[in-house]
Design a protein around this ligand. Structure first.
Ligand code: 26V
Length: 794
């Protein structure tokens, strides 16, 4: 739908450079060009946005509200250009001013308002909701500082604040008129038979809206992010008395609420602020939703027919008690009626089974910050116990409020994010609740947006696909299956692999320029990119790398398949073990890359500051995707889908969505290894499981010995003793037990890579058979099975 001819676009660009940025082309910097271009693109998006919003009000169908503490959206300019199909026009216009397209796009900072998978999933969902034309709105927090920036000093992770809002952000619209008061603390009073919460502290939530444009600009929804503001920003009395700092204190305190994105495992001191953040954005969103509903309807009992709220994990779980509180305390519904309405509106997605990641709040903290909500949670528990007298299952117990249980009890539907994860949810964390409510849990296997994760990040592959099967696959990814008809054509396969080779070369150039390391473009690119966590087992990968290096050194002239091992990922600030794994990989990298004997066969690199943009470079250039979590621990994974779509083969365990990826692409096109989820549990019962594994595999013993003897740290030989000790004596994540089978699988990978036609076909089949992993499919599943929502696009 290239509706614009380039002279028009060129005019629009120049107009914004002149009147929005106040610059003439001769003096404009990259920043000015990027802003002018963003505004020109934004204008087009706004046209769609206005018409979508109008239609949503006119049709008055069911609206979906996606509440998420995280939206890892990355850059928006390229997304807009690609979705509007204006790539050629924009390139032409920029070139006519002597500007380079890529340079301008790369000037945009990543909006890193998320930690990892959960946040990126929310961003893919926004894209799909708009592409499908489902009337929806994302609600979250406008963090001033997103996920920290990562750099390395002596191989160690160093964090610094991320500052995406330092420069003006062209995609958002400030809505100073949407200002909602959110209370904390205080007390609960009983007046005239009514219960009233009188908070002692007030903060204002101000809305900032970003339009999210779908494929071909047919529909645009809104992402509304809340920022903290002081009710009385400035105390003139204090100022006049000379206490300037105190005069501005209110404002500073209120702003801290939307100041930083919490990294996954934060410390005690931050806990109170985290709970405040959760209530702040949940309460603002609920009030905004009710205000919108009440402006057009007068019977709140209709609410469940008109809205569906999705809780992205338990972070917004307090939205349930908040909605209940408003309906009961402020709108006068009986508790039972209020509970029924709330139950009809809310749904909850679980994203992890890790016990340490399941949210629990100390009841004293919650009682202090949200006294009325704690009472309401008790009443929810009572109502649930009354309706199900056979069991006592409550959200509040042992001095804690368990947000998973609370969400389950309040929600209409509860979903897991892959088939295996959903099954495990039923068998473990929610076993008893599932027995009481057997229809509540449903599965919605995750997906990724094909616009960003193929069409935009891998334009050469996109062109080849379009040339082969037409362009409908971009919005109907299962059409990729049609590629199976051309895969046996050698000429086509050669082109497919040439695309991969060119992407690898582009990555090599980027790494050389930005990090000064020259990678071998003819090697297999073996990539593990994700948050650093023991369950994801980056240490299994590096141990196998060490063992491989040792074997190459034993026999340097053998016919080794050259490999480049690429890692990227951030560790939470306080997660010292994960940070040590980063340092270990960097130390191994230093020694291995300097080894002239093995250099042609093996290189190792850890790229700093993993983010969405880096993923967009790495995934199209990968041959092998490492998805090696301890079975039962990775809820789904979404990176695994992006790799398969872009023609990388997976070496992986039967965990999360790997199970379904393997089913889709065919077991012969997937390198499986490792214990299964139920075997993991049995294996842990053997008290010396790790030592048994070490005794049985000399390669593993030798790799562990290299951690202890200073091979990689001659300046400090004992630096990694604790990692070797942990693996030998505890090894909760069964690195040792899975090592031998991982080694075997990796040698299978080598063998397959040597036979080029075989590898090419396997890679192409991964692309052709990954269409099911589109987030469009996932969103259609939510619309049908959970929300009862319909597309408003004809
Ligand atoms: C949270 C925490 C917090 C405490 C310390 C350890 C820890 C570890 C993991 C998490 C993850 C929280 C939720 C999350 O991001 N889950 C991810 O969601 C993705 C989207 O559904 C899914 O693909 C990933 O498998 C899952 O880990």
């Amino acid at each position: 739908m290239a509706s614009t001819s380039s002279p028009n676009f060129r005019d629009a660009l120049l107009r914004h450079l002149t009147y929005t940025m106040g610059k003439d082309p001769e003096h404009a910097q990259f920043f000015d060009w990027r802003m002018a271009l963003s505004h020109a693109i934004r204008d087009r998006i706004v046209d769609t946005w206005v018409s979508s919003t109008r239609k949503t009000y006119q049709q008055d169908g069911k609206r979906v509200y996606y509440l998420s503490m995280e939206f890892l959206i990355g850059r928006l300019l390229e997304d807009g250009i690609v979705n509007l199909e204006l790539v050629d026009e924009v390139k032409e216009a920029l070139t006519s001013f002597g500007m380079d397209y890529r340079t301008i796009l790369d000037d945009e900072p990543d909006a890193a308002l998320g930690n990892g998978g959960l946040g990126r999933l929310a961003a893919c969902f926004l894209d799909s909701l708009s592409t499908i034309g489902c009337p929806a709105m994302g609600y979250g927090i406008r963090y001033e500082n997103g996920l920290f920036k990562q750099s390395f000093v002596d191989g160690r992770q160093v964090e610094s604040p991320e500052t995406w809002l330092q420069e003006p952000h062209p995609w958002e619209f400030e809505r100073p008129e949407v200002l909602l008061r959110i209370g904390f603390g205080g007390e609960v009073n009983y007046e005239n038979g009514k219960t009233l919460w009188r908070p002692s502290e007030m903060i204002e939530a101000e809305a900032f809206d970003t339009p999210i444009c779908g494929w071909q600009g047919k529909w645009a929804n809104t992402l509304r992010l809340w920022a903290g503001r002081a009710v009385d920003p400035f105390d003139l009395g204090l100022f006049n008395s000379g206490d300037f700092a105190a005069a501005a204190e209110h404002e500073a305190l209120a702003r801290t609420i939307s100041r930083v994105l919490y990294p996954e495992d934060s410390n005690e001191a931050g806990k109170e602020l985290r709970l405040k953040q959760e209530y702040f954005f949940s309460a603002a969103s609920i009030r905004d939703i009710l205000r919108r509903f009440e402006s057009a309807h007068d019977d709140l009992r209709e609410l469940p027919n008109k809205i569906a709220i999705q809780l992205n994990d338990t972070h917004p779980a307090i939205a349930g008690p908040e909605l209940l509180r408003i309906l009961h305390d402020e709108r006068g519904f009986s508790f039972e009626e209020a509970l029924e309405i709330t139950h009809g509106c809310l749904n909850y997605t679980n994203h992890t089974l890790l016990p340490e990641a399941l949210e629990r709040w100390d009841e004293r903290l919650m009682g202090r910050l949200l006294p009325r909500h704690l009472q309401i949670i008790d009443r929810i528990d009572d109502a649930h116990a009354k309706a199900n007298p056979s069991r006592t299952l409550s959200a509040r117990s042992d001095g804690q409020v368990k947000m998973g249980e609370l969400s389950f009890i309040v929600a209409n539907k509860v979903n897991g994010v892959s088939a295996l994860h959903t099954d495990l949810m039923k068998q473990t964390v929610f076993k008893e609740l599932h027995e009481l409510h057997p229809d509540r849990i449903v599965n919605q296997t995750n997906g990724v947006t094909p616009r960003r994760w193929v069409h935009s990040c891998n334009p050469a592959l996109s062109s080849l696909i379009t040339e082969s099967i037409g362009d409908e696959w971009v919005a109907d990814l299962e059409q990729l299956r049609k590629l199976e008809g051309v895969i046996d054509d050698k000429g086509w396969l050669d082109r497919f692999m040439q695309v991969k080779q060119n992407n690898k070369q582009a990555l090599v150039d980027y790494v050389a320029k930005s990090h000064g390391v020259v990678l071998n473009p003819n090697a297999m690119f073996d990539v593990q990119i994700k948050r650093m966590h023991e369950y994801k087992r980056q240490h299994l990968n590096i141990l196998e790398t060490i063992a491989h290096w040792q074997e190459i050194k034993d026999n340097p002239h053998a016919d080794w398949v050259p490999r480049v091992k690429i890692f990227a990922g951030k560790a939470a600030q306080g997660y010292y073990f994960a940070k040590d794994i980063i340092r270990l990989i960097n130390d191994v990298s230093k020694v291995v890359n300097a080894d002239v004997e093995t250099r042609d066969a093996l290189q190792v690199i850890f790229l700093p500051n993993y983010n969405v943009s880096l993923a967009e470079r790495l995934i199209p250039a990968s041959d092998l995707s490492e998805q090696i979590s301890t079975a039962g621990k990775e809820a789904s994974g979404t990176g695994n889908m992006k790799f398969a779509l872009n023609g990388a083969l997976t070496v992986g365990t039967l965990d999360g969505a790997n199970v379904e990826i393997r089913e889709q692409v065919g077991e012969e096109n997937f390198f499986l290894f490792g214990l299964l989820a139920d075997e993991v549990m049995q294996r842990r019962m053997i008290h010396d499981h790790a030592q048994q594994a070490i005794d049985a595999d000399p390669r593993l013993g030798r790799a562990l010995a290299a951690l202890r003897d200073g091979t990689f740290t001659p300046e400090e030989p004992g630096r990694y003793n604790h990692i070797a000790d942990n693996l030998t004596w505890s090894d909760y994540f069964l690195v040792c037990s899975d090592f031998s089978d991982y080694w075997r699988a990796q040698r299978e990978v080598d063998k397959a890579y040597k036979i080029k036609p075989k590898w090419s076909k396997m890679a192409a089949l991964n692309t052709a058979r990954s269409g099911w992993f589109s987030s469009d499919r996932t969103i259609r599943g939510y619309m049908c099975d959970i929300w009862g929502a319909e597309s408003l696009l004809a």
